[in-house]
Design a protein around this ligand. Structure first.
Ligand code: SF4
Ligand code: SF4
Length: 292
């Protein structure tokens, strides 16, 4: 079993944050046209993760260096260095890594990230911070968001809900909303599925709703998991009612690690099966439930 990533791995990341990827224009990471910024690191270790290379920080083992076909990676004083100018983005390094990491990380300061945002600001309505789990870098975000708001842009967090927002209100001050994953209601199912307790996630659902910061909620529907799917969808639908969008997402096997894919199913959730949960959510008052 892959050991659970520790939040301590990311605890010294205040002045700079590890950025895995920036999509300058995205229309799937929140409403309208937005810049999506993906941070490295996640305290969860979901069995269905589609981008497991974002979970952990690189331990500089050097295994991927040898496999790069264009020598864009090198080991310098025990650290992996990535030359993005010659990288051809073949992702051989990511396939080589057995540590759920990537050598293609850019450590960026708030000012450096703001420069990236400024370059596209006339063409976007806002930014969405994602991951990994962006809130691992909360101090960075608290510094970044007011400056993004000054540029007239909206600010969204795409979060797994691991950070207790009530205990960390400062991160919400300049945040327009949180797109929250509620992956499991049942505690035992959560322990198995995401390998992390879910109490804080459920607390965040109620708290974000109360302070009017819940942009949307997402739940993945797994094949042949009637009880667990029903419990989670029922809980979310009864909690949010018609207050925000509820995305019911079909599990898809693409990108999921081999071992986990064999446990969860090497196939996509049937559309008709998932639609039952949209109907269930709507019947319980979640009128903005949609299937993705
Ligand atoms: S993605 Fe870039 S760094 Fe990684 S193996 Fe391919 S060329 Fe090398
Ligand atoms: S990205 Fe993975 S394989 Fe490459 S050096 Fe880091 S831990 Fe090792």
């Amino acid at each position: 079993m892959v050991p659970m990533p520790s939040i301590a791995e990311f605890s010294d990341m205040k002045k700079t944050a590890p950025v895995n990827k920036i999509i300058p224009f995205s229309n799937v990471d929140g409403p309208s046209n937005r810049m999506a910024i993906f941070f490295q690191g996640c305290p969860f270790n979901c069995r269905f993760c589609h981008n497991p290379e974002t979970i952990r920080t690189c331990i500089n083992c050097g295994d991927c260096v040898k496999t790069c076909p264009v020598k864009a990676l090198s080991l310098v004083e025990g650290k992996v260095v990535w030359n993005k100018d010659i990288c051809v983005n073949c992702d051989t390094c990511i396939k080589t890594c057995t540590h759920d990491s990537s050598p293609k990380i850019s450590w960026m300061s708030v000012d450096e990230l703001l420069e990236e945002v400024k370059r596209v600001s006339p063409y976007i309505t806002g930014i969405t911070l994602s991951g990994g789990e962006c809130t691992l870098h909360k101090d960075f975000i608290i510094e970044l968001f007011p400056k993004v708001k000054e540029m007239g842009l909206t600010t969204l967090l795409d979060s797994n809900g691991s950070l207790d927002f009530e205990e960390n209100k400062a991160i919400l001050e300049y945040c327009d909303g949180v797109m929250l994953d509620v992956k499991a209601y049942d505690r035992e199912f959560s322990d198995w599925l995401i390998r992390y307790p879910n109490e804080v996630v459920l607390k965040n659902l109620a708290y974000l709703l109360k302070v009017n910061k819940l942009e949307e909620v997402r739940t993945i529907i797994f094949p042949e998991r009637d009880k667990e799917n029903s419990e989670t969808v029922t809980y979310v639908a009864e909690t949010i009612g018609d207050k925000c969008r509820y995305k019911i997402i079909r599990y898809r096997q693409f990108g999921v690690r081999d071992e986990q894919r064999h446990e969860l199913g090497d196939y996509t959730t049937d559309e008709e099966y998932a639609r039952r949960y949209v109907d269930l959510a709507r019947s319980l008052g979640a009128t903005k439930a949609v299937m993705v």
